[in-house]
Design a protein. Structure first.
Length: 197
């Protein structure tokens, strides 16, 4: 027998071991890089900054801006917080009132009569809710008109019917704002005028 076949066998085994070691090293390095990238993107390492919460915040009465002596103690401009002197009674959160600029006129459901109302809304949240109302004025007005159009003649002549209409208006406005801005925030609707003809 020859010495050559014996020499080839050990070299073949060494090449296989080196090849397996190289593949194993490549898998380890690739896995480490991939894991590191995943950890960095998910915020586990690298100090990823949290996404800020831009939704409106509730305003406590103690944080509410009060009228100064220069302002004569009168209510502030539309869309600004108004109310009492920040006492301990009443609701915990401040109310910001926003009067809608134009009146709303709609036909009553199943009637030849129509309703015309002036409307103001309130929110316990910061000024972003009022800004959203202004930005989406056309969509909000449409939603209010739809709510008014679903009102019957019998409902507008009773206090209970008017209160039900207020709740439907609040719901319609909040649904519109959620659709457009991702956040509603209106707590109540108030009639500043109310005429049925």
């Amino acid at each position: 027998m020859s010495d050559k076949p014996d020499e080839a066998a050990p070299k073949k085994g060494k090449k296989g071991k080196i090849l397996m070691l190289g593949i194993g090293l490549l898998v380890l390095v690739g896995g480490g890089v991939g894991g590191g990238l995943y950890a960095a993107r998910s915020g586990m390492v690298g100090g990823a900054k949290p996404v800020p919460d831009n939704s409106p915040k509730l305003v406590l009465k103690s944080e509410q801006k009060q009228p100064t002596a220069k302002e004569g103690g009168e209510a502030s401009a539309p869309g600004k917080p108004t109310g009492g002197l920040g006492g301990t009674g009443g609701e915990k959160y401040a109310s910001t009132y926003y009067p809608m600029e134009k009146e709303f006129t709609a036909n009553l459901q199943g009637s030849s009569h129509f309703i015309q109302v002036g409307l103001a809304v309130s929110t316990p949240y910061d000024e972003r809710v009022v800004a959203n109302l202004k930005a989406d004025d056309i969509a909000v007005r449409s939603a209010v008109l739809m709510a008014l159009g679903d009102t019957t003649e019998d409902q507008v002549f009773t206090s209970a019917g008017k209160q039900q209409l207020q709740r439907r208006i609040v719901k319609a406005i909040n649904e519109t704002l959620k659709q457009k801005e991702g956040f509603g925030g209106i707590s109540n609707a108030y009639f500043t005028s109310f005429v049925v003809q």
